[in-house]
Design a protein around this ligand. Structure first.
Ligand SMILES: [Zn+2]
Length: 327
């Protein structure tokens, strides 16, 4: 499949921004990088409820005290055990009912635009940004941007504009977030509910991982101005959506677990010790084989830098789909 010209331009921009990133980091000597906030043991000092099955994306320089959703070793172990149990459950179900395992999946998408008022500054983004986001998802998950093709395609069902100042910004983990999702969420386990708005703590987005029993918190939250053509500089090509949907389909960050252990539970993503920001070409933080996967959608680099999933990630997402989200 050939690359579309705009995608080629985008990848070229990623290369160009590397130089800028290096210059910026030279100029930042003496400044405590925001990334240092992530060097602490995941979950060690934050107030994340143990029951949160979600994950987030943050931007360099964000003021978030912690990534609300990086997982501890125990949380990963529990999630992997649950995936194995869900797969056994499905296998038994299939043996009894003759259900088939899906190889390609079209995911219905319901978009909720949360706004304070009807102005752009108040969150009222044009629907053209939403359709551009769906295009970005389809390009990313088909492999058209340069990565492995996955089983997934996305089909927009509707765009629902909701004016409610109490949900603006959307505060991760708040009772208002729960109220918002409880009143707005539509569809079954296979329906992607995408909530767009201003977000708390400089977050770009967060998502829930799949669970065996659907609950109303299921879905993806993303900064509305992270959509393609939005105003979030360096993060406005729609890859916050791509990244968060990756979590919704059961992917961890590429830096999950650091250099040791099973990392992100995917064998073809080289380990990295911490999130990469901007576009640090050649970064290599672990003694194990391979450079850091900075161009992977599940890292924290600029949108212009990330353009791929691996075959292992594609396989993990499809396995999880059939375990958790397939009808
Ligand atoms: Zn994330």
């Amino acid at each position: 499949m050939g690359l579309r010209p705009n995608l080629l331009a985008r990848r070229a921009a990623g290369v160009a921004s590397t130089t800028l990133a290096l210059l910026l980091s030279t100029a930042a000597v003496g400044v405590v990088p925001a990334a240092s906030a992530f060097s602490a043991a995941p979950g060690a000092s934050c107030a994340e409820p143990t029951d949160v099955h979600s994950d987030a994306r943050v931007k360099k320089g964000g003021t978030a005290k912690h990534d609300p959703n990086e997982l501890t070793v125990k949380q990963v172990r529990d999630r992997e055990a649950d995936l194995a149990a869900a797969l056994r459950e499905r296998a038994n179900f299939r043996a009894g009912a003759g259900a088939t395992t899906l190889a390609t999946v079209t995911i219905p998408v319901v978009v909720h635009v949360i706004q304070r008022d009807t102005t752009r500054a108040g969150g009222n983004i044009p629907d053209s940004l939403v359709t551009a986001q769906i295009d970005v998802l389809n390009q990313a998950y088909s492999g058209a941007t340069g990565g492995a093709p996955t089983a997934f395609g996305f089909q927009l069902q509707k765009v629902h504009h909701v004016t409610n100042a109490a949900w603006y910004p959307i505060v991760q983990g708040s009772s208002a977030e729960r109220q918002m999702k409880t009143s707005l969420r539509e569809g079954g386990k296979n329906t992607l509910n995408l909530y767009l708005g201003e977000l708390s703590d400089d977050l770009l987005g967060w998502a829930t991982f799949p669970k065996r029993k659907l609950d109303s918190m299921d879905g993806v939250v993303a900064l509305s101005e992270s959509l393609p053509g939005g105003t979030a500089t360096n993060y406005n090509q729609g890859d916050t959506g791509t990244h968060e949907v990756g979590h919704w389909l059961n992917l961890y960050h590429t830096f999950q677990g650091g250099c040791s252990g099973s990392g992100d539970s995917v064998s073809d993503t080289p380990a990295e010790s911490s999130p990469a920001f901007q576009c640090p070409t050649g970064r290599d933080t672990c003694a194990t084989a391979g450079l850091d996967p900075i161009t992977n959608f599940m890292d924290y680099t600029y949108d212009s830098c990330m353009y791929q999933f691996t075959p292992g990630q594609a396989s993990r997402m499809l396995t999880a789909w059939n375990a958790y989200r397939a009808a």
